[in-house]
Design a protein around this ligand. Structure first.
Ligand code: OSB
Ligand code: MG
Length: 367
């Protein structure tokens, strides 16, 4: 594939409701839409970096800079035959995985369209729909949280994840557990605790959760190992797993028993597949995390989650959980069995709603 040009759209999209985590409250989501051109084929990618550096150091503006000034110039007019080849072209840029992943997604969409294969087929996935859950932000009160969870359950979601932080943990978990004793449920702290403030997990351990996601700092595999040693509930790492090598090391030192896979955090779908393969070969469950994606990133997540090691429901919810109006014509809906259908059309299998893109575009540049 020979990429001739890439357009970068900086988008700002209103969320249907604010999403609050231990690192902040997101009211409108920013991301970059990449539009690549190769031999008459147009492919898309989503860079999931948000406006603020709360989840990671990357922001929509750092990603814009890195893509415009380094990544895109280094891949244009090269004959790229594989994602690995693209990765080696951008390897000279240290870090900035979300920027790299957005670019790699363009490669996959174009490759699929050229070969008349869906992303799921290219990855070797074998299912038509994947199990999903919903990630619920911190609410005003435990009572409000129970109300929101109740409404997601009535929508058909079969697994709930709630965000926690110091001071907003036990009471919230207890409130849901007393209303829904058997609900498949997990919590995500987004690095809000330290080993010193981690006693609360001894209590959280008693609520029969599927997993505890990223309790401690992202650069702290070792303390996760110490904490995991004291808990029955599996720790699942999100922020800490930034490469296949980190995945291997985290498993070797038993810092976690489950891995959350996000292509953005890992620098590309190809590395997401690699982390899946590591987990799969060791019988370690993996699942697909989410970054409040548009339909573009959601399509990629659905394709990824068709791989056989994705044995836990993904944070891939229906379009209407996030947006009134998305930038794809496809609207992803929830099936009654808490699954979402995987796109079958070539590449990502989505069509861009250009009017919606125009409505949300803060700036557009062509490289
Ligand atoms: O930690 O999983 C996370 C959203 C933004 C940043 C980080 C996270 C999340 C979510 C939302 O939990 C998952 C989704 O897209 O539904
Ligand atoms: Mg997380």
């Amino acid at each position: 594939m020979n990429l001739e040009k890439i357009n970068l759209y900086h988008l700002r999209m209103p969320l249907r409701s604010p999403f609050e985590t231990s690192f902040g409250r997101i009211k409108t989501r920013e991301c970059l839409l990449l539009e690549g051109f190769s031999d008459g084929v147009i492919g898309y990618g989503e860079c999931v970096a948000d406006r603020d550096p709360g989840y990671s150091y990357e922001t929509s503006v750092t990603a814009l800079h890195i893509l415009r000034d380094y990544l895109i110039p280094s891949v244009l007019e090269k004959n790229i035959k594989s994602a690995q080849e693209m990765q080696s072209l951008v390897q000279f840029v240290r870090g900035h995985p979300m920027a790299k992943a957005g670019l790699e997604m363009v490669f996959w969409d174009i490759k699929g369209k050229m070969e008349n294969a869906s992303l799921s087929q290219l990855f070797g996935g074998g299912v038509e729909k994947v199990p999903v859950g919903v990630s619920v932000g911190i609410q005003e009160s435990p009572l409000e949280l129970v109300n929101i969870v109740t409404s997601y359950l009535s929508d058909g979601y079969g697994r709930i994840k709630i965000k926690i932080k110091p001071g907003r943990d036990i009471a919230d978990i207890k409130a849901i557990r007393s209303e829904f004793p058997d609900l498949p449920m997990q919590v995500d702290a987004n690095s809000a605790y330290t080993l010193e403030t981690s006693e609360v997990f001894g209590e959280i351990d008693r609520f029969g959760l599927i997993l505890i996601e990223q309790p401690l700092a992202e650069d702290d595999l070792w303390d996760h190992k110490l904490l995991q040693g004291k808990l029955n509930t599996p720790i699942c790492l999100d922020e800490s797993i930034i490469s296949p090598r980190h995945a291997r090391q985290a498993l070797e030192m038993q810092a976690c028993r489950i891995i959350n896979i996000k292509a953005g955090r890992l620098g590309g779908l190809s590395q997401a597949v690699e982390v899946h393969n590591i987990g799969y070969s060791q019988n370690i469950p993996v699942w697909c995390g989410g970054m409040l994606e548009t339909g573009v990133g959601r399509a990629a997540n659905l394709a990824l989650a068709t791989l056989p090691g994705f044995t836990l429901p993904g944070d891939i919810s229906a379009t209407d959980r996030y947006y009134h109006r998305d930038i794809t014509h496809q609207v992803f809906t929830l099936n009654p069995d808490s699954t979402i259908n995987v796109p079958v059309e070539p590449g990502l299998g989505i069509e861009i709603d250009h009017k919606a893109v125009n409505q949300y575009t803060l700036s557009k540049i062509s490289i």
